[in-house]
Design a protein around this ligand. Structure first.
Ligand code: F6R
Length: 614
Protein backbone atom coordinates (compact mmCIF):
# COMPACT_ATOMS: atom_id res chain seq x y z
CA UNK A 1 0.00 0.00 0.00
CA UNK A 2 1.15 3.63 -0.33
CA UNK A 3 4.49 4.49 1.21
CA UNK A 4 5.75 7.77 2.61
CA UNK A 5 9.34 8.85 3.14
CA UNK A 6 10.46 12.37 4.01
CA UNK A 7 13.78 13.87 5.01
CA UNK A 8 14.99 17.05 6.64
CA UNK A 9 18.63 17.48 7.63
CA UNK A 10 22.12 18.35 6.48
CA UNK A 11 22.40 15.83 3.65
CA UNK A 12 21.14 16.02 0.07
CA UNK A 13 17.56 14.69 0.38
CA UNK A 14 17.31 13.35 -3.19
CA UNK A 15 19.35 10.12 -2.89
CA UNK A 16 17.92 9.51 0.57
CA UNK A 17 14.36 9.82 -0.67
CA UNK A 18 14.94 7.71 -3.76
CA UNK A 19 16.56 4.97 -1.70
CA UNK A 20 13.72 5.25 0.81
CA UNK A 21 11.18 4.83 -1.99
CA UNK A 22 13.03 1.71 -3.15
CA UNK A 23 12.84 0.31 0.37
CA UNK A 24 9.09 0.93 0.32
CA UNK A 25 8.56 -0.73 -3.07
CA UNK A 26 7.65 -4.02 -1.41
CA UNK A 27 4.48 -2.45 -0.02
CA UNK A 28 3.00 -2.40 -3.54
CA UNK A 29 2.54 0.73 -5.66
CA UNK A 30 1.82 1.97 -9.16
CA UNK A 31 3.38 5.45 -9.25
CA UNK A 32 5.88 7.50 -7.32
CA UNK A 33 6.89 11.10 -6.76
CA UNK A 34 9.07 13.50 -4.87
CA UNK A 35 8.88 17.19 -3.89
CA UNK A 36 11.74 19.31 -2.57
CA UNK A 37 11.96 22.61 -0.84
CA UNK A 38 15.04 24.68 -1.65
CA UNK A 39 14.74 27.84 0.42
CA UNK A 40 11.39 29.14 -0.77
CA UNK A 41 11.42 27.25 -4.08
CA UNK A 42 9.24 24.17 -4.22
CA UNK A 43 9.68 21.69 -7.05
CA UNK A 44 8.28 18.24 -7.71
CA UNK A 45 8.50 15.28 -10.09
CA UNK A 46 5.93 12.49 -10.23
CA UNK A 47 5.61 9.49 -12.48
CA UNK A 48 3.39 6.48 -13.07
CA UNK A 49 5.45 3.27 -13.02
CA UNK A 50 8.48 2.18 -11.08
CA UNK A 51 10.75 4.18 -8.77
CA UNK A 52 13.57 3.59 -11.26
CA UNK A 53 11.62 5.59 -13.86
CA UNK A 54 11.16 8.43 -11.39
CA UNK A 55 14.83 8.33 -10.52
CA UNK A 56 15.83 8.49 -14.23
CA UNK A 57 13.63 11.52 -14.68
CA UNK A 58 15.16 13.24 -11.66
CA UNK A 59 18.75 12.81 -12.82
CA UNK A 60 17.92 14.36 -16.19
CA UNK A 61 15.78 17.08 -14.61
CA UNK A 62 17.84 18.07 -11.59
CA UNK A 63 15.82 19.24 -8.63
CA UNK A 64 17.36 20.05 -5.31
CA UNK A 65 16.49 21.19 -1.82
CA UNK A 66 17.19 21.04 1.87
CA UNK A 67 14.16 18.94 2.76
CA UNK A 68 11.74 16.83 0.83
CA UNK A 69 8.78 14.48 0.81
CA UNK A 70 8.30 11.42 -1.37
CA UNK A 71 5.64 8.80 -1.94
CA UNK A 72 4.78 5.52 -3.62
CA UNK A 73 1.09 5.45 -4.53
CA UNK A 74 -1.22 2.42 -4.61
CA UNK A 75 -4.30 3.72 -6.41
CA UNK A 76 -7.59 3.99 -4.53
CA UNK A 77 -9.30 7.08 -6.01
CA UNK A 78 -8.28 7.67 -9.62
CA UNK A 79 -6.26 5.57 -12.05
CA UNK A 80 -2.48 5.24 -11.73
CA UNK A 81 -1.02 8.07 -13.82
CA UNK A 82 1.46 10.95 -13.44
CA UNK A 83 -1.18 13.47 -12.34
CA UNK A 84 -2.72 11.27 -9.66
CA UNK A 85 0.73 10.42 -8.24
CA UNK A 86 1.84 12.19 -5.03
CA UNK A 87 3.06 14.67 -3.85
CA UNK A 88 0.02 16.83 -4.53
CA UNK A 89 0.43 20.58 -4.72
CA UNK A 90 -2.15 23.21 -3.83
CA UNK A 91 -3.44 25.77 -6.33
CA UNK A 92 -0.64 28.23 -5.51
CA UNK A 93 2.08 25.61 -6.00
CA UNK A 94 3.49 26.57 -2.60
CA UNK A 95 2.23 23.66 -0.49
CA UNK A 96 3.06 20.02 -1.16
CA UNK A 97 1.60 17.00 0.60
CA UNK A 98 1.97 13.22 0.61
CA UNK A 99 -0.87 11.17 2.03
CA UNK A 100 -1.54 7.52 2.89
CA UNK A 101 -5.07 6.47 3.67
CA UNK A 102 -8.49 7.55 2.48
CA UNK A 103 -10.35 10.81 2.99
CA UNK A 104 -13.93 9.59 3.16
CA UNK A 105 -15.68 12.98 2.97
CA UNK A 106 -13.47 14.18 0.10
CA UNK A 107 -16.41 14.62 -2.27
CA UNK A 108 -18.28 17.12 -0.06
CA UNK A 109 -15.10 19.13 0.64
CA UNK A 110 -14.16 19.08 -3.03
CA UNK A 111 -17.56 20.46 -4.07
CA UNK A 112 -17.27 23.28 -1.50
CA UNK A 113 -13.77 24.16 -2.70
CA UNK A 114 -14.85 24.01 -6.35
CA UNK A 115 -17.69 26.41 -5.58
CA UNK A 116 -15.00 28.80 -4.32
CA UNK A 117 -13.11 28.50 -7.61
CA UNK A 118 -10.49 25.87 -6.78
CA UNK A 119 -9.62 23.84 -9.87
CA UNK A 120 -8.51 20.29 -9.19
CA UNK A 121 -5.86 18.64 -11.31
CA UNK A 122 -6.14 15.07 -10.11
CA UNK A 123 -8.96 12.66 -9.29
CA UNK A 124 -7.54 11.86 -5.86
CA UNK A 125 -8.97 12.36 -2.39
CA UNK A 126 -5.49 13.46 -1.29
CA UNK A 127 -5.48 16.58 -3.45
CA UNK A 128 -8.65 17.66 -1.65
CA UNK A 129 -6.69 17.77 1.59
CA UNK A 130 -3.86 19.93 0.26
CA UNK A 131 -6.32 22.31 -1.39
CA UNK A 132 -8.25 22.56 1.87
CA UNK A 133 -5.06 23.38 3.78
CA UNK A 134 -4.29 26.04 1.18
CA UNK A 135 -7.78 27.52 1.42
CA UNK A 136 -7.55 27.81 5.20
CA UNK A 137 -4.01 29.22 5.07
CA UNK A 138 -4.24 31.70 2.22
CA UNK A 139 -7.94 32.54 2.15
CA UNK A 140 -8.79 32.41 5.85
CA UNK A 141 -8.91 35.41 8.09
CA UNK A 142 -5.09 35.41 8.32
CA UNK A 143 -5.08 34.04 11.84
CA UNK A 144 -3.78 30.60 10.98
CA UNK A 145 -0.12 29.94 10.25
CA UNK A 146 0.79 26.99 8.05
CA UNK A 147 0.97 24.48 10.91
CA UNK A 148 -2.40 25.51 12.30
CA UNK A 149 -3.95 25.45 8.82
CA UNK A 150 -2.88 21.83 8.47
CA UNK A 151 -4.37 21.04 11.88
CA UNK A 152 -7.59 22.85 11.03
CA UNK A 153 -7.89 20.97 7.73
CA UNK A 154 -7.32 17.65 9.49
CA UNK A 155 -10.12 18.48 11.90
CA UNK A 156 -12.48 18.75 8.93
CA UNK A 157 -11.62 15.49 7.22
CA UNK A 158 -13.11 12.11 8.03
CA UNK A 159 -11.10 9.00 7.24
CA UNK A 160 -7.63 7.64 7.68
CA UNK A 161 -4.38 9.42 7.04
CA UNK A 162 -0.68 9.54 7.52
CA UNK A 163 0.55 12.80 5.97
CA UNK A 164 3.67 14.86 5.59
CA UNK A 165 3.44 18.39 4.18
CA UNK A 166 5.65 21.41 3.56
CA UNK A 167 5.13 24.97 2.43
CA UNK A 168 7.51 27.30 0.61
CA UNK A 169 6.60 30.11 3.05
CA UNK A 170 8.25 28.06 5.78
CA UNK A 171 11.65 26.90 4.49
CA UNK A 172 13.26 23.95 6.21
CA UNK A 173 10.05 22.83 7.90
CA UNK A 174 8.07 19.61 7.66
CA UNK A 175 4.76 18.86 9.34
CA UNK A 176 3.32 15.37 9.76
CA UNK A 177 0.24 13.79 11.29
CA UNK A 178 -1.30 10.42 11.77
CA UNK A 179 -4.83 9.07 12.08
CA UNK A 180 -5.29 5.40 11.27
CA UNK A 181 -2.38 5.09 8.85
CA UNK A 182 1.08 4.24 10.20
CA UNK A 183 3.83 6.83 10.43
CA UNK A 184 7.22 6.36 12.03
CA UNK A 185 9.29 9.43 12.97
CA UNK A 186 13.06 8.89 12.86
CA UNK A 187 15.07 11.18 15.13
CA UNK A 188 18.73 11.41 14.10
CA UNK A 189 21.60 13.77 14.73
CA UNK A 190 20.36 17.00 13.18
CA UNK A 191 18.32 14.98 10.71
CA UNK A 192 14.76 13.67 10.81
CA UNK A 193 12.78 11.27 8.68
CA UNK A 194 9.16 10.28 8.46
CA UNK A 195 8.25 6.97 6.87
CA UNK A 196 5.41 4.50 6.66
CA UNK A 197 7.63 1.88 8.25
CA UNK A 198 11.12 1.76 9.66
CA UNK A 199 12.84 0.36 6.56
CA UNK A 200 13.82 3.73 4.97
CA UNK A 201 14.94 5.10 8.34
CA UNK A 202 17.39 2.56 9.77
CA UNK A 203 20.39 3.68 7.73
CA UNK A 204 20.20 7.10 9.37
CA UNK A 205 19.04 6.46 12.88
CA UNK A 206 17.81 3.68 15.11
CA UNK A 207 15.88 6.11 17.30
CA UNK A 208 12.26 6.34 16.32
CA UNK A 209 8.93 7.50 17.64
CA UNK A 210 5.88 5.54 16.61
CA UNK A 211 3.21 8.17 16.18
CA UNK A 212 -0.20 7.42 17.61
CA UNK A 213 -3.54 8.40 16.14
CA UNK A 214 -4.26 12.10 16.53
CA UNK A 215 -0.61 13.15 16.83
CA UNK A 216 0.97 15.98 14.91
CA UNK A 217 4.68 16.73 14.49
CA UNK A 218 6.43 19.86 13.34
CA UNK A 219 10.15 19.79 12.51
CA UNK A 220 11.87 23.14 11.99
CA UNK A 221 15.56 22.82 11.24
CA UNK A 222 16.98 20.83 14.10
CA UNK A 223 14.02 21.20 16.49
CA UNK A 224 10.82 19.22 16.67
CA UNK A 225 7.69 19.14 18.75
CA UNK A 226 4.75 16.78 18.94
CA UNK A 227 1.24 17.88 19.80
CA UNK A 228 -2.32 16.77 19.32
CA UNK A 229 -4.15 17.50 16.06
CA UNK A 230 -7.02 19.03 18.04
CA UNK A 231 -5.07 21.11 20.52
CA UNK A 232 -1.84 22.99 21.15
CA UNK A 233 -0.95 20.72 24.05
CA UNK A 234 2.55 19.23 23.71
CA UNK A 235 2.70 15.43 23.78
CA UNK A 236 5.74 13.78 25.35
CA UNK A 237 6.84 10.65 23.56
CA UNK A 238 9.68 8.28 24.28
CA UNK A 239 12.23 7.23 21.70
CA UNK A 240 12.22 3.54 20.77
CA UNK A 241 15.38 1.83 19.49
CA UNK A 242 14.74 -0.23 16.38
CA UNK A 243 16.35 -3.61 16.31
CA UNK A 244 16.58 -4.23 12.57
CA UNK A 245 19.62 -4.78 10.39
CA UNK A 246 20.15 -3.71 6.79
CA UNK A 247 20.88 -7.36 5.82
CA UNK A 248 17.44 -8.32 7.06
CA UNK A 249 15.77 -5.94 4.64
CA UNK A 250 17.95 -6.75 1.62
CA UNK A 251 17.69 -9.86 -0.50
CA UNK A 252 21.41 -10.64 -0.60
CA UNK A 253 22.30 -13.45 -3.01
CA UNK A 254 18.68 -14.46 -3.64
CA UNK A 255 16.91 -13.41 -6.85
CA UNK A 256 13.74 -12.55 -4.93
CA UNK A 257 12.77 -11.63 -1.39
CA UNK A 258 10.20 -14.40 -1.47
CA UNK A 259 12.84 -17.07 -2.06
CA UNK A 260 15.06 -15.56 0.62
CA UNK A 261 12.18 -15.62 3.06
CA UNK A 262 11.29 -19.22 2.18
CA UNK A 263 14.91 -20.11 3.03
CA UNK A 264 14.80 -17.96 6.19
CA UNK A 265 12.40 -20.54 7.58
CA UNK A 266 15.48 -22.60 8.43
CA UNK A 267 15.78 -20.30 11.43
CA UNK A 268 12.66 -18.08 11.63
CA UNK A 269 10.48 -20.82 13.12
CA UNK A 270 13.06 -21.70 15.75
CA UNK A 271 13.56 -17.97 16.41
CA UNK A 272 9.85 -17.86 17.16
CA UNK A 273 10.16 -20.88 19.47
CA UNK A 274 13.35 -19.72 21.19
CA UNK A 275 13.08 -19.59 24.98
CA UNK A 276 9.39 -20.44 24.84
CA UNK A 277 9.39 -24.26 25.13
CA UNK A 278 9.61 -26.19 28.37
CA UNK A 279 10.10 -29.86 27.52
CA UNK A 280 10.16 -31.03 31.15
CA UNK A 281 6.73 -29.60 31.82
CA UNK A 282 5.47 -30.28 28.30
CA UNK A 283 4.30 -26.70 27.93
CA UNK A 284 5.18 -23.33 26.47
CA UNK A 285 6.14 -20.05 28.12
CA UNK A 286 4.48 -17.01 26.59
CA UNK A 287 5.47 -14.05 28.74
CA UNK A 288 3.36 -11.56 26.79
CA UNK A 289 0.07 -13.16 27.86
CA UNK A 290 0.99 -14.48 31.33
CA UNK A 291 -1.07 -11.90 33.19
CA UNK A 292 -4.15 -12.86 31.21
CA UNK A 293 -4.06 -16.64 31.60
CA UNK A 294 -6.97 -16.70 34.13
CA UNK A 295 -9.21 -14.76 31.69
CA UNK A 296 -8.19 -17.01 28.82
CA UNK A 297 -8.94 -20.14 30.85
CA UNK A 298 -12.37 -18.92 31.85
CA UNK A 299 -13.34 -17.59 28.39
CA UNK A 300 -16.54 -18.96 26.95
CA UNK A 301 -15.48 -18.36 23.35
CA UNK A 302 -12.50 -17.27 21.32
CA UNK A 303 -12.66 -15.35 18.07
CA UNK A 304 -9.65 -15.36 15.81
CA UNK A 305 -9.70 -12.54 13.32
CA UNK A 306 -7.33 -11.74 10.46
CA UNK A 307 -7.11 -11.28 6.69
CA UNK A 308 -5.63 -13.35 3.87
CA UNK A 309 -2.78 -15.61 4.80
CA UNK A 310 -3.03 -14.66 8.48
CA UNK A 311 -6.66 -15.80 8.38
CA UNK A 312 -5.48 -19.18 7.10
CA UNK A 313 -3.11 -19.40 10.05
CA UNK A 314 -6.15 -18.64 12.22
CA UNK A 315 -8.03 -21.61 10.72
CA UNK A 316 -5.15 -23.88 11.69
CA UNK A 317 -5.21 -22.24 15.14
CA UNK A 318 -8.89 -23.20 15.53
CA UNK A 319 -8.05 -26.88 15.04
CA UNK A 320 -5.23 -26.64 17.56
CA UNK A 321 -7.03 -24.65 20.26
CA UNK A 322 -10.20 -26.71 20.05
CA UNK A 323 -8.17 -29.94 20.14
CA UNK A 324 -5.98 -29.00 23.10
CA UNK A 325 -7.94 -26.37 25.01
CA UNK A 326 -11.51 -27.53 24.30
CA UNK A 327 -12.93 -24.04 23.95
CA UNK A 328 -15.01 -23.01 20.92
CA UNK A 329 -13.05 -20.95 18.42
CA UNK A 330 -14.64 -18.93 15.60
CA UNK A 331 -12.34 -17.74 12.84
CA UNK A 332 -13.57 -14.58 11.16
CA UNK A 333 -12.42 -12.42 8.28
CA UNK A 334 -11.76 -9.09 9.97
CA UNK A 335 -13.51 -7.23 7.15
CA UNK A 336 -16.73 -9.16 7.89
CA UNK A 337 -16.38 -9.37 11.65
CA UNK A 338 -16.08 -5.62 12.08
CA UNK A 339 -19.52 -5.09 10.58
CA UNK A 340 -21.51 -8.05 11.81
CA UNK A 341 -23.42 -8.33 15.03
CA UNK A 342 -21.15 -10.94 16.60
CA UNK A 343 -21.67 -12.01 20.21
CA UNK A 344 -18.83 -10.34 22.07
CA UNK A 345 -18.71 -9.83 25.82
CA UNK A 346 -16.36 -9.86 28.79
CA UNK A 347 -16.02 -13.66 28.48
CA UNK A 348 -14.79 -13.36 24.92
CA UNK A 349 -11.17 -13.46 23.82
CA UNK A 350 -10.27 -11.93 20.49
CA UNK A 351 -7.02 -13.08 18.92
CA UNK A 352 -5.96 -10.83 16.04
CA UNK A 353 -3.29 -12.22 13.72
CA UNK A 354 -1.34 -9.86 11.51
CA UNK A 355 2.15 -9.94 10.04
CA UNK A 356 2.33 -6.19 9.51
CA UNK A 357 0.25 -5.23 12.52
CA UNK A 358 -1.25 -2.47 10.37
CA UNK A 359 -4.12 -4.11 8.47
CA UNK A 360 -7.03 -1.67 8.68
CA UNK A 361 -9.83 -4.25 8.94
CA UNK A 362 -8.04 -6.25 11.63
CA UNK A 363 -7.46 -3.09 13.59
CA UNK A 364 -11.15 -2.17 13.33
CA UNK A 365 -12.13 -5.66 14.54
CA UNK A 366 -9.89 -5.17 17.58
CA UNK A 367 -11.41 -1.79 18.41
CA UNK A 368 -14.92 -3.17 18.12
CA UNK A 369 -14.11 -6.13 20.39
CA UNK A 370 -12.43 -3.94 22.98
CA UNK A 371 -15.45 -1.68 23.11
CA UNK A 372 -17.66 -4.72 23.70
CA UNK A 373 -15.50 -5.78 26.65
CA UNK A 374 -13.43 -8.59 25.13
CA UNK A 375 -9.81 -9.24 26.01
CA UNK A 376 -7.79 -8.65 22.85
CA UNK A 377 -4.56 -10.51 22.07
CA UNK A 378 -2.31 -9.83 19.09
CA UNK A 379 -0.09 -12.20 17.16
CA UNK A 380 2.08 -9.79 15.19
CA UNK A 381 5.42 -9.84 13.46
CA UNK A 382 6.25 -6.15 13.44
CA UNK A 383 7.32 -4.80 16.81
CA UNK A 384 5.92 -1.31 17.37
CA UNK A 385 3.09 -1.87 14.89
CA UNK A 386 -0.34 -0.44 15.63
CA UNK A 387 -1.98 -3.81 16.32
CA UNK A 388 0.79 -4.82 18.70
CA UNK A 389 0.17 -1.58 20.61
CA UNK A 390 -3.63 -1.56 20.43
CA UNK A 391 -4.21 -5.08 21.77
CA UNK A 392 -4.28 -5.75 25.52
CA UNK A 393 -1.44 -8.25 25.25
CA UNK A 394 0.16 -10.45 22.66
CA UNK A 395 2.78 -12.80 21.35
CA UNK A 396 5.28 -11.69 18.74
CA UNK A 397 6.25 -14.00 15.92
CA UNK A 398 9.99 -13.54 15.53
CA UNK A 399 10.09 -14.18 11.78
CA UNK A 400 12.15 -11.07 11.01
CA UNK A 401 11.12 -8.47 8.41
CA UNK A 402 8.99 -9.92 5.63
CA UNK A 403 9.47 -7.91 2.44
CA UNK A 404 8.11 -10.29 -0.24
CA UNK A 405 4.47 -9.43 -0.86
CA UNK A 406 3.44 -13.08 -0.61
CA UNK A 407 3.62 -14.02 3.04
CA UNK A 408 5.78 -17.08 3.75
CA UNK A 409 7.89 -17.07 6.89
CA UNK A 410 5.37 -14.93 8.76
CA UNK A 411 2.70 -17.59 8.12
CA UNK A 412 4.76 -20.47 9.49
CA UNK A 413 5.74 -18.32 12.48
CA UNK A 414 2.05 -17.55 13.12
CA UNK A 415 1.21 -21.26 13.05
CA UNK A 416 4.12 -21.87 15.42
CA UNK A 417 2.78 -19.31 17.89
CA UNK A 418 -0.70 -20.82 17.67
CA UNK A 419 0.71 -24.28 18.43
CA UNK A 420 2.42 -22.86 21.51
CA UNK A 421 -0.73 -21.02 22.56
CA UNK A 422 -2.90 -24.13 22.21
CA UNK A 423 -0.34 -26.09 24.18
CA UNK A 424 -0.17 -23.49 26.92
CA UNK A 425 -3.94 -23.37 27.41
CA UNK A 426 -4.29 -27.11 26.86
CA UNK A 427 -1.78 -28.05 29.55
CA UNK A 428 -3.52 -25.73 32.02
CA UNK A 429 -6.80 -27.45 31.12
CA UNK A 430 -5.59 -30.99 31.68
CA UNK A 431 -3.81 -32.09 28.49
CA UNK A 432 -1.38 -34.79 29.59
CA UNK A 433 2.33 -34.23 30.05
CA UNK A 434 2.92 -36.96 27.47
CA UNK A 435 0.91 -35.12 24.78
CA UNK A 436 2.62 -31.87 25.63
CA UNK A 437 6.09 -33.39 25.35
CA UNK A 438 5.17 -35.18 22.14
CA UNK A 439 4.28 -31.91 20.42
CA UNK A 440 7.33 -30.10 21.78
CA UNK A 441 9.71 -32.81 20.57
CA UNK A 442 8.42 -32.37 17.02
CA UNK A 443 8.72 -28.58 17.26
CA UNK A 444 12.31 -28.91 18.36
CA UNK A 445 13.12 -30.72 15.08
CA UNK A 446 11.66 -28.04 12.89
CA UNK A 447 14.98 -26.62 11.59
CA UNK A 448 16.01 -30.05 10.35
CA UNK A 449 12.67 -30.53 8.64
CA UNK A 450 12.95 -27.22 6.81
CA UNK A 451 16.52 -27.98 5.72
CA UNK A 452 15.33 -31.33 4.38
CA UNK A 453 12.42 -29.75 2.52
CA UNK A 454 14.71 -27.18 0.92
CA UNK A 455 16.99 -29.97 -0.31
CA UNK A 456 14.02 -31.24 -2.33
CA UNK A 457 13.61 -28.03 -4.32
CA UNK A 458 14.63 -29.66 -7.63
CA UNK A 459 11.75 -32.10 -7.47
CA UNK A 460 9.34 -29.23 -6.89
CA UNK A 461 10.90 -27.40 -9.86
CA UNK A 462 10.07 -30.45 -12.03
CA UNK A 463 6.43 -30.23 -11.01
CA UNK A 464 6.43 -26.53 -11.86
CA UNK A 465 8.06 -27.09 -15.26
CA UNK A 466 5.44 -29.63 -16.27
CA UNK A 467 2.39 -27.74 -15.04
CA UNK A 468 3.10 -23.99 -15.37
CA UNK A 469 0.91 -23.65 -18.46
CA UNK A 470 -2.20 -24.77 -16.57
CA UNK A 471 -4.94 -22.15 -16.27
CA UNK A 472 -6.36 -23.58 -13.06
CA UNK A 473 -5.05 -25.44 -10.05
CA UNK A 474 -7.02 -27.21 -7.32
CA UNK A 475 -5.74 -27.76 -3.77
CA UNK A 476 -7.40 -30.32 -1.55
CA UNK A 477 -6.85 -31.20 2.10
CA UNK A 478 -8.81 -32.47 5.08
CA UNK A 479 -8.97 -31.42 8.70
CA UNK A 480 -6.10 -29.18 9.72
CA UNK A 481 -4.76 -29.48 6.18
CA UNK A 482 -7.78 -27.83 4.58
CA UNK A 483 -6.43 -24.37 5.57
CA UNK A 484 -3.10 -25.47 4.11
CA UNK A 485 -4.93 -26.09 0.82
CA UNK A 486 -6.44 -22.60 1.00
CA UNK A 487 -3.05 -21.08 1.69
CA UNK A 488 -1.40 -23.02 -1.18
CA UNK A 489 -4.06 -21.74 -3.57
CA UNK A 490 -3.73 -18.15 -2.35
CA UNK A 491 0.07 -18.21 -2.77
CA UNK A 492 -0.31 -19.43 -6.34
CA UNK A 493 -2.95 -16.87 -7.32
CA UNK A 494 -1.00 -13.97 -5.89
CA UNK A 495 2.30 -14.44 -7.61
CA UNK A 496 1.65 -16.55 -10.73
CA UNK A 497 -1.86 -15.29 -11.63
CA UNK A 498 -2.97 -18.90 -12.14
CA UNK A 499 -6.52 -19.29 -10.92
CA UNK A 500 -6.51 -21.65 -7.95
CA UNK A 501 -9.01 -22.92 -5.42
CA UNK A 502 -8.55 -24.59 -2.07
CA UNK A 503 -11.24 -27.02 -0.98
CA UNK A 504 -11.88 -29.60 1.73
CA UNK A 505 -11.07 -32.80 -0.18
CA UNK A 506 -14.42 -34.45 0.47
CA UNK A 507 -16.32 -31.37 -0.68
CA UNK A 508 -14.85 -31.84 -4.16
CA UNK A 509 -17.71 -34.17 -5.04
CA UNK A 510 -20.19 -31.40 -4.35
CA UNK A 511 -19.07 -29.24 -7.24
CA UNK A 512 -15.40 -28.75 -8.11
CA UNK A 513 -15.13 -32.29 -9.47
CA UNK A 514 -16.85 -30.91 -12.58
CA UNK A 515 -13.68 -28.94 -13.33
CA UNK A 516 -11.37 -31.92 -13.42
CA UNK A 517 -9.90 -32.97 -16.73
CA UNK A 518 -6.47 -33.86 -18.06
CA UNK A 519 -5.30 -30.26 -17.88
CA UNK A 520 -6.14 -29.70 -14.22
CA UNK A 521 -3.34 -30.15 -11.68
CA UNK A 522 -4.79 -31.19 -8.32
CA UNK A 523 -2.60 -30.88 -5.25
CA UNK A 524 -3.50 -33.25 -2.41
CA UNK A 525 -2.18 -32.56 1.05
CA UNK A 526 -2.20 -36.12 2.33
CA UNK A 527 -0.23 -36.93 5.46
CA UNK A 528 -0.49 -40.47 6.79
CA UNK A 529 -2.72 -39.49 9.69
CA UNK A 530 -6.30 -40.39 10.61
CA UNK A 531 -7.58 -38.75 7.41
CA UNK A 532 -5.30 -40.72 5.08
CA UNK A 533 -7.61 -43.50 3.87
CA UNK A 534 -10.36 -40.99 3.19
CA UNK A 535 -8.12 -38.72 1.17
CA UNK A 536 -6.80 -41.69 -0.77
CA UNK A 537 -10.35 -42.27 -2.03
CA UNK A 538 -10.51 -38.62 -3.08
CA UNK A 539 -7.26 -39.10 -5.01
CA UNK A 540 -8.81 -42.13 -6.76
CA UNK A 541 -11.76 -39.98 -7.79
CA UNK A 542 -9.50 -37.42 -9.43
CA UNK A 543 -7.39 -40.13 -11.05
CA UNK A 544 -10.54 -41.63 -12.56
CA UNK A 545 -11.21 -38.28 -14.27
CA UNK A 546 -7.73 -37.84 -15.65
CA UNK A 547 -6.51 -34.95 -13.43
CA UNK A 548 -2.78 -34.38 -12.86
CA UNK A 549 -2.14 -35.51 -9.29
CA UNK A 550 0.49 -33.87 -7.12
CA UNK A 551 0.59 -35.36 -3.64
CA UNK A 552 2.27 -33.91 -0.60
CA UNK A 553 2.73 -36.48 2.13
CA UNK A 554 4.97 -37.45 5.02
CA UNK A 555 5.30 -41.08 3.90
CA UNK A 556 5.13 -42.39 0.37
CA UNK A 557 3.50 -45.78 -0.18
CA UNK A 558 2.61 -47.89 -3.21
CA UNK A 559 -0.92 -46.60 -3.44
CA UNK A 560 0.22 -42.98 -3.51
CA UNK A 561 3.02 -43.67 -5.99
CA UNK A 562 0.77 -45.44 -8.44
CA UNK A 563 -2.01 -42.86 -8.26
CA UNK A 564 0.09 -39.69 -8.27
CA UNK A 565 1.96 -38.03 -11.12
CA UNK A 566 4.26 -36.43 -8.53
CA UNK A 567 4.80 -37.22 -4.86
CA UNK A 568 6.55 -34.65 -2.68
CA UNK A 569 7.57 -36.08 0.68
CA UNK A 570 8.18 -34.02 3.81
CA UNK A 571 9.90 -35.35 6.94
CA UNK A 572 7.63 -37.31 9.28
CA UNK A 573 6.41 -35.13 12.10
CA UNK A 574 3.53 -34.49 14.52
CA UNK A 575 0.09 -34.17 12.93
CA UNK A 576 -0.09 -30.50 14.00
CA UNK A 577 3.42 -29.62 12.84
CA UNK A 578 2.87 -31.16 9.41
CA UNK A 579 0.97 -28.04 8.14
CA UNK A 580 4.21 -26.08 8.55
CA UNK A 581 6.14 -28.59 6.45
CA UNK A 582 3.51 -28.89 3.73
CA UNK A 583 3.00 -25.11 3.53
CA UNK A 584 6.69 -24.64 2.82
CA UNK A 585 6.44 -27.08 -0.10
CA UNK A 586 3.45 -25.15 -1.40
CA UNK A 587 5.30 -21.84 -1.08
CA UNK A 588 8.16 -23.26 -3.16
CA UNK A 589 5.73 -24.69 -5.71
CA UNK A 590 3.98 -21.31 -6.12
CA UNK A 591 7.35 -19.58 -6.38
CA UNK A 592 8.69 -21.99 -9.04
CA UNK A 593 5.47 -21.79 -11.07
CA UNK A 594 5.69 -17.99 -11.01
CA UNK A 595 9.35 -18.19 -12.11
CA UNK A 596 8.36 -20.43 -15.04
CA UNK A 597 5.70 -17.92 -16.02
CA UNK A 598 8.12 -14.98 -15.82
CA UNK A 599 6.11 -13.12 -13.17
CA UNK A 600 7.23 -10.16 -11.05
CA UNK A 601 7.35 -12.22 -7.88
CA UNK A 602 8.19 -9.61 -5.27
CA UNK A 603 5.84 -7.01 -6.71
CA UNK A 604 2.81 -8.87 -8.04
CA UNK A 605 0.30 -6.74 -9.86
CA UNK A 606 -2.34 -4.90 -7.83
CA UNK A 607 -1.14 -6.26 -4.51
CA UNK A 608 -0.02 -4.35 -1.45
CA UNK A 609 2.06 -5.81 1.34
CA UNK A 610 0.06 -4.25 4.10
CA UNK A 611 -3.50 -3.17 3.49
CA UNK A 612 -3.86 -0.05 5.57
CA UNK A 613 -7.15 1.09 4.04
CA UNK A 614 -10.52 -0.54 4.23
C1 F6R B 1 -0.82 -13.15 1.23
C2 F6R B 1 -0.69 -12.01 2.11
C3 F6R B 1 -1.93 -11.32 2.53
C4 F6R B 1 -1.83 -10.93 4.01
C5 F6R B 1 -3.03 -10.08 4.44
C6 F6R B 1 -2.99 -9.75 5.91
O1 F6R B 1 0.42 -13.70 0.92
O2 F6R B 1 0.38 -11.63 2.48
O3 F6R B 1 -3.07 -12.08 2.30
O4 F6R B 1 -1.76 -12.09 4.77
O5 F6R B 1 -3.06 -8.91 3.70
O6 F6R B 1 -1.85 -9.02 6.22
P1 F6R B 1 -1.32 -8.90 7.70
O7 F6R B 1 -0.93 -10.27 8.13
O8 F6R B 1 -0.15 -7.98 7.60
O9 F6R B 1 -2.44 -8.37 8.51
Amino acid sequence: MCGIVSYIGDQDPVPILIKGLRRLEYRGYDSAGIALLDGSILSSVKKAGKVSELSDQISSNTIKGSCGIAHTRWATHGIPNDVNAHPHLDKTGKIALVHNGIIENYDAIKKTLESRGVIFKSETDSEVLVQLISELYYNGDGKLDFKDSVKAALQEVVGAYGIVAMCSDEPNTLVAARMGSPLVFGVGDNEFLFASDASPIIEFTRNVIYLDDGEFVIVKGSEYSISNINSKEIVTKTLTKIDLTIEEIEKGEFPHFMLKEIHDQKHSISDTLRGRLNLDDGTSMLGGINDHIPSILSASRIYITACGTSWHAGLIGKHLIEEYARVPVHVEYASEFRYRNAIIDANTILIAISQSGETADTLAAIKKSKEAGALTLGICNVVGSTISRETDAGIFTHAGPEIGVASTKAFTAQVTVLIMLALKIGRKKGVSLYRGKDLIKSLKNIDLNVTDILKGINKIKEVAKSTFKANNYLYLGRGVNFPVALEGALKLKEISYIHAEGYPAAEMKHGPIALIDKDMPVVFIAPQDDTFTKILSNIEEVKARGGIIITITDKENDALSSLSDFVLVTPKTHKYVFPINSSIILQILAYELAVCRGCDIDQPRNLAKSVTVE
